[in-house]
Design a protein around this ligand. Structure first.
Ligand code: URA
Length: 196
């Protein structure tokens, strides 16, 4: 039986499967349209996200909003979440055991949203979803198929903030996402005002 959103949120709030819950201020489940055909997966909450309880609201989040705007997608029509739901101390990368401890929550989110397209933002999301041997530098810009879902990896917006030269590749990746959504006939629905 499929888990409900209420149960999934509760499981995340109650979760003590790794040490990260001890140091974060609050859990950050994710937000956006829970029925979106497009799901974005980042690494984990940073300082602002930990303070506000929302994914991608700090500087990387602001760039992410602009990246989505570049393909005319309103951010609220997309579902956005992270591999880990608790902020790692000093924004360090989540450890492999923390990523695996949080995986049931991410799996639950994918099962509920049922996205047609997933965009992986950076190395942590790539390793979690595609496997530990995958490298962002090698696999970005290529489509993978996982069950009924098309999966693409691109650079994490924080990497783009650190290294502007990666922006051209990221822009091409976003155009691939737009093209896939168009091919699947779901892009134009995403542009319409949400009437749900
Ligand atoms: N970086 C992430 O990976 N996720 C966030 O929510 C914010 C910054």
């Amino acid at each position: 039986m499929r888990i409900s959103w209420a149960q999934l949120r509760q499981d995340i709030m109650d979760c003590e499967s790794c040490q990260l819950h001890q140091t974060c201020n609050q859990k950050v489940t994710g937000q956006g349209d829970p029925e979106s055909p497009l799901m974005l997966i980042g690494e984990g909450p940073g300082e602002q996200e930990d303070r506000q309880g929302l994914a991608f609201v700090g500087p990387a989040g602001q760039l992410l909003t602009k990246m989505l705007q570049a393909i005319e997608l309103p951010r609220e029509r997309v579902y956005i979440c992270n591999v880990v739901k608790c902020r790692p101390p000093r924004n360090r990368q989540p450890l492999p055991e923390e990523m695996s401890a949080c995986l049931p929550h991410l799996r639950g989110q994918v099962a509920l949203v049922k996205p047609k397209v997933i965009l992986l933002l950076g190395a942590t999301a790539v390793k979690t979803v595609l496997g530990p041997d995958y490298r962002i530098t090698r696999c970005r810009g290529q489509w993978f198929q996982l069950k009924n879902c098309h999966v693409l990896a691109t650079y994490h917006p924080s990497a783009l903030l650190r290294d502007e030269s990666k922006k051209r590749d990221a822009w091409n990746d976003l155009k691939l996402v737009k093209g896939k959504l168009q091919e699947l006939s779901v892009y134009s629905d995403l542009l319409k005002e949400d009437t749900k």
